[in-house]
Design a binder for this molecule. Structure first.
Ligand code: ZN
Ligand code: ZN
Length: 116
C-alpha cells in the first residue's frame, strides 16, 4: 500500500487526495492549502471567508434560525466586496435577501462565487 506523501510545498501537511480509483488513492504533490495558494487566479473562498468571518446560523436581519449554512448568505453592507471588516458583514437568510435587496440598495451578496 502506498503511503500518503508529504506536501512538496510546505513539507508539513499530507498531500491532498487527487482521486480514488479501484480502491487505490492517488495523491497530489501538494496539500490542500498549498494547492489553493497555487490556484490564486481562481479563488474558491469568498473574501469574507478569507478574512475569517464565519457565517452564522442565525439571520442578522430577522433572527431566523437555520439548520444548514446554505440557508444563509453573507452580505457586505457598504456594497464593497473587498471591505471584509467584521462590521461590514452580515449573515442574512435567503428569505431576507429579497427584502434587503429592495430596502438596502447598497448591500451586496459576498458569496456568489462560492460553490457548495
Ligand atoms: Zn503544503
Ligand atoms: Zn432573515
Amino acid at each position: 500500500m502506498k503511503l500518503r506523501p508529504i506536501c512538496k510545498g510546505c513539507n508539513k501537511n499530507h498531500a491532498a487526495i487527487n482521486y480514488v480509483k479501484e480502491g487505490v488513492r492517488h495523491y497530489r504533490s501538494l496539500c490542500d492549502p498549498c494547492g489553493r495558494k497555487k490556484n490564486k487566479l481562481k479563488p474558491r473562498l469568498a473574501n469574507w471567508e478569507n478574512a475569517g468571518y464565519k457565517k452564522k446560523n442565525v439571520c442578522d436581519y430577522c433572527g431566523f434560525k437555520g439548520i444548514y449554512p446554505t440557508q444563509f448568505t453573507v452580505f457586505h453592507i457598504d456594497g464593497d466586496l473587498k471591505n471584509v471588516n467584521m462590521v461590514n458583514l452580515r449573515t442574512i437568510c435567503l428569505n431576507c435577501v429579497e427584502v434587503v435587496k429592495r430596502k438596502e440598495v447598497t448591500w451586496k451578496r459576498g458569496d456568489l462565487q462560492v460553490d457548495y
